[in-house]
Write a protein that binds this ligand. Structure first.
Ligand code: ATP
Length: 595
């Protein structure tokens, strides 16, 4: 396929915000394609070269891209920089500059395969001289590109595609392009994606063999499965009721979720909740897991928490987050803050998938397969059938350093549901008991300049929740408190690459911050209560016409949720549920006659 078709489709995608139209454009684009072109187009459309979990990055900075544009258009780097500053987007500037260059002869058109392989070469370039290599590859591509192609090439390498097409929209398009578009087909496609986390692989099987062969896609060591997620209930009584009066309760450890892939031989690999590889952060787990888990190849899941080496007590989460992205003094941090993985599930054992078995069966398998070691242990569990017993276990969990309990269904149908949130798992945290609502994971979509002590920096941030159905980010609060100086100083650096001139079209709010950002950074906040609001757009009209939901007295907890992608932030539906359960508590009669 000519790359021009891809670039033009993207131009059209950018011009619409309607999910149905986006789907139609995508269907038209991908229907004629077959592997390997199909998978490449799908990865490119999401701003990636490979499935996300492989972590392939192009490593192209603004300055490098500007050099390539200058070379390709025979101008000075300073001219490119000035024009990009004016337009606010180097991609747009590239398109404009390419259209001003008079070409001596038209070369053969760029094909998707060419662009993809050149991007791959850019990603692979490393070591001394790699910056120059990248500039050369990119400028040669740009020389061959039409203006609209150049615009998207530059945006792609910078990671600033305005429309990164979301997974859900691609799944819809696949069902229509290669299936009958029915709900059942869509569900099969999504199930295959949840197991493999690889849209390219799913699309290939679908296009080559058809929907019925998607069941051939199953778990594989080294390819992470999308995590099963929990619902919440406001009281332990309601948790038990939901579960039919009896449930397995486990400590809810407050750390980082780890999916451990243990091959029969060769290195163990760890993946985060977001399916990014975190192996390098936890050498002690890599070393011990092969000894702790019999019956490999295996995939187990657990929560990784810091443990005091002297007392064996669980430490606050913040300690483990110090390890994120560390390369240099990891050994020191490892000695100071060793971690322990508390295993709570098993998905593959002795090379066989076991995720479809009921939870009690999986737990029995896990207990049998795991020989606890210093750094790998079993999550503490108890099966309970009355509320008092549940309360006692909850108190025990809190005393042991947990943040609450996870209730797990014992029903025959309690299979591991990859990528799904449901009542098979219910989380119940300490805050509910204090009458406060749960924390909320909000996505930063804007910033307000600070005053007074915060002059010259950002003073507050506009946060949004994610509306899954509409595929939109809707504002629910402006948060300024809870940040320490270091975190505040870090914010501009963290946010710079997502800054845009205008409100991103997937963002809904009535507020106009001083800076807009594409929704990427997820922060955990708490607040006093949820109230109706005329300016925030979360759950607009769900409670009262024209009103959205807002969080009162929001406060950053200090926790950057780098382990969550923006679409994994708190959803509007969850926010609405939190609002309703809060109302229910408020209006509950305090005495039999309702006073
Ligand atoms: P969610 O994962 O539900 O979107 P979240 O990432 O903010 O939300 P929580 O609300 O704290 O996490 O609850 C779910 C998480 O709890 C799991 O993803 C897992 O990391 C963690 N967890 C701790 N202990 C357990 C356990 N025993 N069983 C399952 N999950 C556990």
């Amino acid at each position: 396929m000519e790359f021009r078709r891809f670039a033009e489709a993207f131009d059209r995608l950018e011009a619409t915000s309607k999910r149905l139209e986006m789907r139609a454009i995508l269907v038209e684009l991908i229907r004629p394609l077959r592997p390997p072109e199909l998978e490449r187009v799908l990865y490119l459309a999401q701003g990636m070269l490979r499935p996300e979990y492989e972590g392939v990055e192009l490593g192209v900075a603004d300055s490098l891209a500007r050099r390539a544009v200058a070379t390709a258009t025979h101008t000075e780097g300073s001219v490119v920089a000035r024009r990009a500053k004016q337009s606010g987007d180097l991609g747009t500037t590239t398109g404009e500059m390419l259209s001003e260059v008079r070409r001596l002869e038209e070369g053969p058109p760029l094909r998707v395969a060419d662009v993809y392989s050149e991007f791959t070469r850019i990603a692979q370039a490393s070591g001394p001289g790699s910056q120059d290599t990248k500039v050369n590859i990119l400028s040669e591509l740009l020389v061959r590109a039409t203006p609209v192609e150049g615009k998207f090439i530059v945006r792609f390498v910078l990671g600033t595609l305005r429309v990164g097409v979301r997974e859900m929209t691609i799944l819809d398009a696949l069902a229509e392009a290669f299936g009958d578009g029915s709900k059942a087909t869509r569900a099969k496609i999504e199930a295959a994606f949840n197991l493999s986390s690889d849209l390219g692989l799913v699309a290939n099987v679908l296009a080559e063999k058809g929907v019925d062969h998607l069941s051939e896609i199953t778990l594989e060591v080294g390819r992470p499965i999308r995590p099963m997620l929990a619902e919440r209930e406001p009281t332990l009584g309601e948790v038990l009721k939901r579960m039919g009066g009896r449930a397995a309760l486990e400590y809810k450890y407050d750390g980082l979720r780890v999916q451990a892939h243990i091959p029969r031989s060769g290195p163990v690999r760890l993946f985060s909740r977001r399916l990014e590889e975190t192996s390098a952060q936890f050498p002690e787990l890599i070393e011990e897991l092969p000894r702790a888990v019999r019956a490999t190849p295996a995939i187990i899941e657990g929560e990784c928490v810091p443990v005091d080496p002297d007392t064996d007590e669980i430490q606050p989460f913040q300690q483990v987050s110090r390890r994120r992205g560390r390369k240099h003094d990891l050994a020191r941090v490892q000695a100071e803050v060793p971690v322990c993985l508390f295993a709570f599930d098993v998905l593959l054992l002795a090379g066989k998938p076991v995720y479809e078995k009921s939870f009690p069966e999986r737990r029995a398998l896990l207990e049998e397969a795991l020989t606890p070691t210093e750094h790998v242990r079993l999550a503490v569990q108890k099966v309970v059938s009355d509320e008092r017993e549940a309360q006692r276990f909850f108190d025990e969990a809190i005393a042991a350093g947990g943040e609450g309990v996870m209730a797990k269904s014992l029903a025959p149908g309690s299979a591991y549901r990859a990528g799904a949130r449901g009542f098979w798992w219910i989380k119940y945290k300490r805050e509910y008991t204090a009458g406060l609502s749960d924390s909320i994971d909000g996505v930063v979509v804007g910033a307000f300049l600070g005053r007074g002590r915060r002059a010259g920096r950002y003073g507050a941030f506009l946060l949004a929740v994610y509306d899954l159905k509409k595929d939109r980010f809707e504002s629910f609060c402006k948060v300024g408190s809870g940040f320490d100086d270091e975190q505040l100083a870090e914010m501009p650096k963290r946010l710079a690459k997502w800054e845009t001139d205008d409100r991103p079209k997937e963002v809904e709010t009535e507020l106009t911050p001083d800076r807009w950002f594409r929704p990427q950074l997820v922060l955990e906040v708490r607040g006093a209560e949820l109230t109706l609001s005329p300016i925030h757009r979360a759950c607009l009209g769900a409670i009262r016409e024209g009103a959205g939901l807002a969080l009162r007295f929001p406060r950053f907890t200090g926790r950057f949720r780098d382990d969550k992608s923006p679409t994994e932030a708190t959803t509007s539906a969850e926010l609405l549920k939190m609002y309703k359960s809060q109302v229910r508590q408020e209006t509950a009669p305090s005495s039999p006659n309702g006073n």
